[in-house]
Design a protein around this ligand. Sequence first.
Ligand SMILES: Nc1nc2c(ncn2[C@@H]2O[C@H](COP(=O)(O)OP(=O)(O)OP(=O)(O)O)[C@@H](O)[C@H]2O)c(=O)[nH]1
Length: 313
Amino acid sequence: MGEEKKGFFKRLVSGLTKTRDNIVSGMDSIFHGFSKIDDDFYEELEETLIMGDLGVRATMDIIEDLKVKVKEQHIKEPIECRQLVIDSIREQMDVGETAYEFENRQSVVFVIGVNGVGKTTTIGKLAGKLKAQNKKVILAAADTFRAAAGEQLKEWSNRAGVEMIGGQEGADPASVVYDAVAAAKARRADVLLCDTAGRLHNKKNLMEELKKINRVIDREYPDAFRETLVVLDATTGQNALAQAKEFNEVTDITGIVLTKMDGTAKGGIAVAIQSELGIPVKYIGVGETIDDLQKFDSEEFVNALFYREEERP
Ligand SMILES: Nc1nc2c(ncn2[C@@H]2O[C@H](COP(=O)(O)OP(=O)(O)OP(=O)(O)O)[C@@H](O)[C@H]2O)c(=O)[nH]1
């Protein structure tokens, strides 16, 4: 294992302590506590997975899959189910190879999310990450709905050492994006990160706003690659999944950022999101500082949950 991966694994392991306690300890007490595989066993397992925020659909699929395999392979001991469940969770999370194309081409990244999920912080972290890769980054403060949003983003642009283009409170977000595109072209920027609003209670307006912004990009910056990231707060569990579903109805999401994965018991939501929506979690937030954003890897996530370092497959 490379040093970078090793570090990622270690941090993931410690960050996922509560999630592990929540899901894995519960599962293990079932595997050890039951002497036979019966309806009660399946029911308890199902409850544990649901309580672990894996989502109803993924849980049902995992239980069904387990039942089939237990029959086919004539499994009698509950503990033999452990590996089958781990494999099944991994399959549920399979969304194919996750692409980070926008990091390496001229691109526009829309970042969407409701208030308080960590959207501004995420944009700041992402800007810092790209800057560290010698990319020229410009931020567009297109969440003009709240006065504080622009100021907060400005702080992050200073921290990351990148330029920010903003507008007056209440300004048309599309006009801010228009100005930001002009700046991006003039400065030959690599990545334009747009802080876009996320008012889910007014879906129609949000849809119109995003369409309008997209039209500006179509016209002014047609060659730029487009990425749409939705930021979700992992600590809100099923609520995060519901938000992802709603945003998915409004626009084409290309990736999810799950924030506050440090210390939450609800990390299982990553399984629910990838399983139910088929959209990759591309990054996780693991703290409040600029370095606390990591690429997400489903394999590593499952390994960090279920295996000690020396047992890793
Ligand atoms: N522990 C932890 N805290 C985070 C993480 N990401 C963001 N936060 C904190 O969450 C709070 C909200 O973050 P913001 O970036 O202000 O959230 P926002 O979505 O932009 O919210 P508004 O500015 O209110 O729209 C802040 O206190 C952040 O420091 C994370 O990954 N881990």
